[in-house]
Structures are given as structure tokens and as C-alpha cells.
Design a protein around this ligand. Sequence first.
Ligand code: NAD
Length: 331
Amino acid sequence: MKIAIFNAHDYDKRYLDRYNRQHHHELVYVDTHLDENTLVLAADAEAVCIFVNDPAPASLLKRMHHQGVRMLALRSAGFNHVDIAAANDLGIVVANVPGYSPYAVAEHAVGLILTLVRRLVRAQARIHEGNFSLDGLMGYDLHGKTVGVVGTGKIGAVFARIMRGFGCELLGYDPKENEECRKLGMRYVSFESLCRNSDIISLHCPLLPETRHLINEQAIAEMRDRVCLINTSRGGVIDTSAIIRGLKSGKIGYLGLDVYEEEENLFFEDHSDSVIGDDVFARLLTFNNVMVTGHQAFFTHEAITNIARTTLENVTEFERTGSCSNQLVAK
Ligand code: NAD
């Protein structure tokens, strides 16, 4: 099949080309985002392949359908950027890559915690200046701390297992409880109770209407003083303005973000020669207890291998059978 691959970075091309040797699809790489203006670059393609920062609303899906696109292959697990119901109505099959590496994201979340709590960035900067003073570098033991996991699916469960290894107590909040987490000793509690009783809170739920701004003014008020909050899920789960107020008041002691609600036109590109026009994001960067990474939690060799392999398998399965095991259907 001819597949137009939007937003293709060098690493996407390298890994997709390698696995396409077994599939023999015609891969057309497009460096830019998919939108109403760039869709024309997918002329004659039966499948379009996009990443998390390529929104596919109903209007764009309609135009894709007119153009003869039959499949939308996502190079991601998350699919909040696609109007799945509209795609289903149009008969465009949408497939994702579920659970390509829960370890990549869970381990990144742990990395953010250790970097923040042990003040590793500040320590490194000091050492490079020849300053070996320990003032301002005191951290705390993770052992014995209570960790709240919001969303205990594939990534949340791996994260919980790692934190259990540190000797942490585990609290969980998820409408669907995970037996694997229970076996680790996790206690499922209400969201309010998790906020009230956790020293560290890590978000691993999808972005849904009910999770948008789950971390808001009210939730922050419930949290322990100097809480460590980590978000590797989706930016929209946090109300960024509320979080800035929490940082200013000192309520939030440490903030680790791999995602940001307005990341779409910011992350994945080099803006080092221009001015960042997003004042809210710029304010976040002024706090020395905030660590931001640009949606890189998924970015490991193992994860990119699985994404390339499964994306091509999804297209091949669709080509052969007209459907796909990883097909997404609106609830
Ligand atoms: P998953 O589907 O295995 O788990 C998600 C869990 O969230 C499920 O157990 C579900 O029941 C739970 N959930 C649903 N609604 C909830 C709610 N209202 N409150 C609390 N929990 C709720 O998904 P996963 O593979 O573990 O991925 C989790 C999320 O991580 C994805 O949706 C995606 O947004 C994010 N993610 C981020 C990166 C990254 O690079 N930063 C990479 C992959 C995934």
C-alpha cells in the first residue's frame, strides 16, 4: 500500500525503512505536520500515518475520505488527537500502537522524580563550575514514601512496580482496578484521598473529557505540602495556570513534565533561534524545582522499534483483511 507518513523525523525513516523490508509498502515521507494544506501531499495514498502532534479533526478526516484514504495509522498509543467517531462514520480504519513500551515511559517518570528530588541538574551545573558545596542539594529518601498512581494501566503498573522496588507505599486511582497492582500492595482509593495522602503523584491516565484538568486548583489544594507531581501522560490532564499558582505558593515542591497542554506547536522542533511566545510555558521554566522534557518519555530504541514494526503490521493486516486488531472504535 502507498502510505503517506507525515511529520517524519530521521529516526522514523530509519526504523520504518528497516522493518518495511518485510512488508514492501510504498512509503512516502512528508517532513511537515498533517493539516488541511499539507493533505495534498498524500495524493494517491490509501493510508496516512501520523504522530501525536498531528490533530485529525472531523473536517480533515472528511477531506481524507474524499481523497481516497482508507486507513489512518497512528505511530502512538494515545489517540486523543483523532476524532475516532468521525473516522468510524466515514469508514476510515484508525489503528494505534498500544503498549509499545510501557518501560520507556515509566522509567522516564522515575528519572524525573530522582532528578528533581535529588536536585541532580543543579548539582551537575555546580560541579562544572568547580563548586562542590552541598548547600541547597538536600533531597529525601524515596524509601517509605507514599506514591499515588493515577491510571494503573500498562504504564502505571510498570511505574508502580519500580516504585515498589524503592520501598514506596502505593496508592492507586483508576475506575478499572488492576490485579497486578493490587498484588504489589497498591491500595485503591478515591482521587481526593490519593491527593491528600501521597508524597509523590504520577499521572498515567489517558486524556479524556473526564480527565481534562483533573489536576486543578481544587485537587492541588488537597495535596500534601511540597508534593512531587509528575506528568508523562498528556498535558491537558493538568491545568497549567493552577499548577503555576501551586508552584508560587510552594504547595508543589517538585514538578516533572514530559507533556504540556499547548505542546503541539512547541515540542519536537528546534526553536532555539526564536523567542518562545507562550508566556505560560516560559513562566514554568523560571522555577528551579521544575523539570521539563519535550515529550521524550517514549523515545527509546525498544519503543521506536515496536512503533515502526507494529505500524507496518497494522497496515499489512488492514490490506489483507480489511480490518486490524489494533483498530480503534468510538465508545
Ligand atoms: P492504558 O490504557 O494501558 O492505561 C490507562 C489507564 O488509565 C487505564 O487503566 C484506565 O482505566 C485508566 N483511566 C481511564 N480513565 C481514568 C480516569 N478518569 N482516572 C484515572 N484513570 C483512568 O494506557 P497506557 O499504555 O498505560 O498509557 C497511558 C497514557 O500514557 C496514554 O493514554 C498516553 O496519554 C500516555 N503516554 C505518554 C507517552 C509519552 O511519551 N509521554 C507515551 C505513551 C503513552
